[in-house]
Design a protein around this ligand. Structure first.
Ligand SMILES: [Zn+2]
Ligand SMILES: [Zn+2]
Length: 74
């Protein structure tokens, strides 16, 4: 059982310092950019865009913008 749960998400850590690192560098800072068409998720918006173009043959289309728009604040 990992003893240090993050208050902001559902991750748990064995060591306090791991939790600190997570909260400082990961939690909230790198939101997951989830693909709506499959299970893929990216750490960076640009990666999701590449994924859409490569895996789903989506170009610079309205549909691509629509998906990326959901992450406008990230
Ligand atoms: Zn967290
Ligand atoms: Zn996908």
């Amino acid at each position: 059982m990992d003893a240090f749960p993050c208050e902001n998400c559902d991750r748990r850590y064995r060591y306090q310092r791991s939790l600190n690192t997570h909260r400082k560098y990961e939690c909230g800072k790198f939101p997951e950019f989830k693909c709506r068409l499959c299970e893929y998720s990216a750490k960076l918006k640009g990666n999701l865009k590449k994924h859409l173009i490569r895996m789903h043959q989506m170009g610079e289309s309205a549909a691509t913008r629509e998906i990326l728009k959901a992450f406008a604040n990230c």
